[in-house]
Design a protein around this ligand. Structure first.
Ligand code: GDD
Ligand code: MN
Length: 374
């Protein structure tokens, strides 16, 4: 007799203390027909979740716990939960009871009925599925994003953003090494990473309101979503951080040109000085944007932020000399002011990307961390 479960319900948790016992008792009531287990993957929540989880796993043979220390991330938590399991299929479900667990038995049974089924997705769109209490704005954003995805996806899904689904082990093994593993959109990541059309079934449900705790979906999640799409479309060609660096640079360039235009054309400041000033402002702006967006996973804060800015400015100073000199050279040779400005900035940008990635966001955080811990 095998002791390994047929299905592992993987539940990512972050600050869900009150919800944890509820999840176990609901699953317990629903999954009696299956050999099941639940794997909670908690990212060291500071609300006492660990004690609750350990107590649950002591009293409940079907409860397992993975505690990740010093790590964060919904998608990677789910992947590690699956990787820890010997089951044939994995269900992924939120801990906050917003996903309607009563459709789970049907989703699991679908895999027993159809040996070729890859994915069963709980969907909030088709049939009687709905949103209960989403704001108009959030519904719009969700529908808009879903529209883009449908255009990109080989496997059509009505709700590719769903965090509620069941996946066969084979598909997990096929895709896990190609996945971004970042952000919230794990289902989208799986579908984008599978190099084939998948066999799927959808199960409509009503997205419930949260009872306890609060949502962790914020601006950062939107960025991670963008990151995932860039990675899956351009990732084979260039690192995603480069794409973001260029985008940040373009915003800096726009700022640069506005300031240059205002000072030089508007206030009649000499081109040479206007270019220096515009470069300085763009430099600080680029640093802050890159720190918040491009390198947000190693974001500098407090003292390291100040050191990082100084290092960044020093690195850029060299790039700026080249920038200003080449722009000035072009300008005095009758090249239009805006083209001279763009060219100078572009030459500086290549230097800035290469050197600052290495020094400001790789080497510097590493030595500052080492200094803190003796
Ligand atoms: N381990 C871990 N680490 N778990 C996390 C983390 C994290 O960094 N962030 C969130 N979670 C857990 C939460 O505890 C919860 O169980 C689940 O992931 C979903 O997080 P919520 O904060 O409740 O997300 P939501 O309700 O706003 O988002 C829902 O809709 C999205 C689509 O719009 C979820 O269903 C998502 O899965 C879904 O992608
Ligand atoms: Mn939620």
């Amino acid at each position: 007799m095998s002791h390994s479960p047929f299905v592992s319900v993987v539940v990512p948790t972050f600050r869900e203390r009150e919800n944890l016992p509820l999840v176990v008792s609901r699953l317990d009531g629903l999954l009696r027909d299956f050999a099941w287990e639940v794997v909670f993957v908690d990212d060291d929540s500071d609300d006492g979740s660990a004690q609750v989880l350990l107590e649950l796993s002591r009293t409940h043979p079907r409860v397992r716990v993975i505690r990740r220390i010093g790590r964060r991330g919904l998608a990677s938590a789910c992947l590690e939960g699956m990787a820890s399991s010997a089951a044939e299929i994995f269900a992924v479900m939120d801990a906050d009871l917003q996903h309607d667990e009563t459709i789970l038995p049907g989703m699991i049974a679908a895999f027993q009925e159809d040996p070729h089924l890859d994915l069963a997705v709980g969907t909030r769109y088709s049939g009687e599925g709905g949103f209960s209490n989403w704001s108009k704005w959030r519904q719009f954003v969700s529908k808009f994003a879903t529209g883009i995805e449908k255009a990109v996806l080989r496997t059509p899904l009505t709700d590719p953003m769903s965090g509620f689904f069941v996946i066969r082990r084979g598909l997990f093994e096929e895709t896990v090494r190609h996945m971004t593993g970042k952000g919230f959109k794990i289902l989208l990541d799986i579908v984008l990473s599978a190099g084939r059309k998948l066999r799927t079934r959808e199960f409509p449900y009503e997205f419930r309101a949260r009872q306890h705790g609060e949502s962790k979906l914020d601006v950062v999640v939107g960025l991670e979503y963008l990151y995932l799409l860039v990675d899956k479309t351009l990732g084979w060609l260039v690192p995603v951080s480069f794409v973001f660096y260029v985008l940040a640079g373009l915003s800096g360039l726009l700022l640069h040109l506005v300031i240059l235009g205002l000072l030089h054309r508007g206030a009649h400041v000499e081109f040479f000085y206007a270019q220096i000033f515009a470069t300085l402002v763009a430099m600080v702006s680029n640093f802050l944007v890159n720190n918040a967006v491009t390198f947000r996973s190693r974001r500098l804060k407090g003292f390291p932020l100040a050191v990082g800015l100084s290092a960044y400015v020093a690195i850029c100073a060299l790039g700026a000399i080249v920038n200003v000199q080449s722009a000035e050279y072009l300008y005095v040779n009758a090249i239009p002011w805006w083209f001279a400005g763009v060219t100078g900035a572009a030459i500086g940008a290549v230097w800035n990307y290469a050197v600052s990635t290495q020094i400001v966001w790789t080497w510097l955080p590493a030595i500052l961390r080492k200094k803190k811990k003796p």
